[in-house]
Design a binder for this molecule. Structure first.
Ligand SMILES: [Cu+2]
Length: 567
């Protein structure tokens, strides 16, 4: 049974025993949809049982009938802080958990490093699962992730995107997440689109206020209004690395020891076909000139999660490494799932940067929580681990927050082969980008919430209103530095992204931010009730920019607002 709950949703019977020939069914009395998903995996890496229970329904879990005796922890994929345990007590055999094989090699996306890049957006077959047919995806250049673009900071870059996708894909728009550039090159949700059969060139100077940008880990992805979740799910995602001179002087691991890792979850049907969670997309209705959504997957039941967590588009891959230091760039490119990254050898991840530059000093972390669109630049050290295998996995977030939890899953395996020379250095201080001097006064408060009911239509809102691309919600004069307040008054966690600038985090719930939030950022976690204050200087460009939740269903279903930088 699942209780009608609030932010701290729970299973009313967190300990369930099935004995003899008993079967298990689940009744969902909540207003939210949930899943009952086993943490233990079968040999193919999938959960032993995984059932979606829509609100107000009862569902049987037939897979439980065949389980071997034992104790099975389960959780909700949509709200992973909901946890429970199933005890199966019966004589005879049955399905038991099996170790995961990590059979596939990790794929490092091809690298493009010239000043003029051209990428065809097209449908292509992609190897995701280890066996069976390829999976049809919408890709940048035929792969998912698309090629990684790597450029020196301050060097003008143009990327031409050609829309050669199938007819039903429609027009596209590409956002270079985290970068600072003109609004016409920002991947606007309703303007400056790339119609099917056409191309558009985006200009990225990779400068900020006339200076080269700091070293950054950006990513490019579709940003089309109402369809961002679908277009990202289908594969329109790639990574973009910017390096500055200070970073290159640090003697951090480079080359094959600098590994970008894009983590994203997907589900599959027969013959490895990508599942289509958007077949039941809610219908849009209008009241009082504002948009709302009705249907089974209207807000707040619009979190698209997948059964398989993938790294660089592959399910449970491995990477052969030497017993040296590695730099990992972690990106969460999922629509809704958050991950708390941790290593199985108990060694900490040394975080040296965010997606927008280095931190002032390295921070040793037991786990790194990243929500959708968040990135972390980390060092890991395999010295002394020759002949062992180290798993990178997502574990339950351990910060005690009542916010939405993290997925529990193995992600990939590092196979530590021989020793090798390692002249990389772990610096004690880092050349972090300079931060703006913030004003005392808050110029603008943005409040994230939900409005309406599933019956009359619902929408995610910012300051009480769903997105309207024609409405300017706020104007900022060019050249000023402003302090903004972000507040979450809803029952679930949101990950809020602001375009236009690279931002300093000033306060989290009235206190100085933790050490890993003292660099530049563009996306913040906002647990229920949280308040975060941020500041940036609005420089170089005038025009429309977006502020929105980066849980892509929330963005598509209203949680976006427009601000204009004006002269
Ligand atoms: Cu959200």
């Amino acid at each position: 049974m699942i209780n009608r709950g609030d932010a701290s949703k729970s299973y009313s019977t967190p300990l369930v025993t099935v004995s003899g020939d008993g079967t298990l069914s689940v009744t969902n009395l909540d207003v939210y949809d949930h899943t009952v998903t086993s943490i233990a995996l079968a040999g193919d890496g999938t959960p032993l049982f995984d059932v979606k229970v829509l609100h107000g329904t009862t569902v049987a879990i037939p897979a439980v009938d065949g389980l071997a005796s034992g104790s099975y922890d389960f959780y909700c994929r949509f709200h992973p802080n909901m946890r429970g345990t199933l005890v199966v007590d019966r004589s005879g055999g049955g399905t038991a958990p099996e170790p995961v094989a990590f059979d596939q090699p990790l794929v490092i996306p091809s690298v493009l490093s010239g000043p003029h890049v051209r990428l065809r957006m097209r449908e292509a077959g992609v190897r995701i699962l280890p066996t069976g047919p390829l999976t049809r995806m919408w890709t940048f250049g035929g792969t998912w992730p698309g090629p990684t673009i790597t450029r020196p900071a301050g060097r003008a870059t143009s990327v031409t995107f050609v829309n050669a996708l199938p007819k039903r894909a429609g027009s596209m728009t590409v956002h270079l997440h985290g970068d600072h550039h003109d609004p016409v090159d920002d991947g606007q949700p309703t303007q400056f689109l790339i119609p099917r059969g056409a191309a558009r060139t985006y200009y990225y100077p990779l400068t900020y206020g006339g200076n080269p940008e700091p070293s950054s880990f950006f990513w490019y992805h579709d940003h089309r209004m109402d369809h961002t979740a679908r277009n990202n799910w289908r594969g329109l995602q790639g990574m973009f690395l910017v390096s500055d001179a200070a970073d290159r002087r640090l003697h951090l691991p480079t080359g094959v020891r600098d590994v970008p890792l894009m983590v994203a979850d997907r589900s599959f049907g027969n013959h490895n076909r990508l599942a289509n969670p958007f077949a039941t997309a809610p219908a849009m209705v209008h009241h009082g000139g504002q948009m709302f959504f009705v249907g089974p997957s209207a807000p707040p039941n619009d979190a698209t999660t997948g059964t398989h967590v993938l790294v660089n588009g592959r399910f449970l891959p491995h990477l052969d490494v030497t017993a040296t230091r590695y730099r990992l760039r972690l990106l969460n490119a999922s629509s809704a799932s958050a991950y708390a990254f941790a290593l199985s050898d108990g060694r900490p991840l040394i975080q040296i940067g965010t997606g927008n530059g280095l931190l002032p000093r390295p921070v040793a972390r037991e786990q790194i929580l990243l929500g959708p669109a968040q990135r972390a630049d980390v060092l890991v050290d395999f010295h002394g681990e020759e002949g062992t295998a180290v798993t990178l996995r997502s574990v339950p977030r351990s910060d005690g927050s009542a916010g939405t939890g993290t997925r529990i899953a193995p992600l990939m395996e590092f196979r530590v082969n021989g020793a090798a020379t390692d002249d990389s250095v772990l610096p004690t201080k880092l050349p972090a980008p300079e931060l703006v001097e913030p004003p005392r006064r808050v110029s603008k408060t943005w409040t994230f919430d939900l409005t309406g009911t599933p019956a009359t239509g619902s929408a995610w809102t910012i300051n009480g209103r769903p997105f309207d691309p024609h409405r300017v919600d706020y104007e900022v004069p060019l050249g000023v530095t402003q302090r903004w307040r972000l507040r979450n008054t809803s029952e679930v966690t949101h990950y809020v992204h602001i375009h236009a600038g690279q931002w300093r985090t000033l306060l989290r719930d009235g206190k100085a931010p933790p050490p890993w939030e003292r660099g530049l950022e563009d996306t913040w976690r906002l647990d229920p009730g949280e308040v975060v204050e941020v500041a940036t200087r609005f420089t170089d460009y005038t025009g429309p920019f977006m502020i929105h939740c980066h849980m892509l269903d929330h963005e598509d279903h209203g949680m976006m607002a427009r601000f204009d930088v004006v002269r």
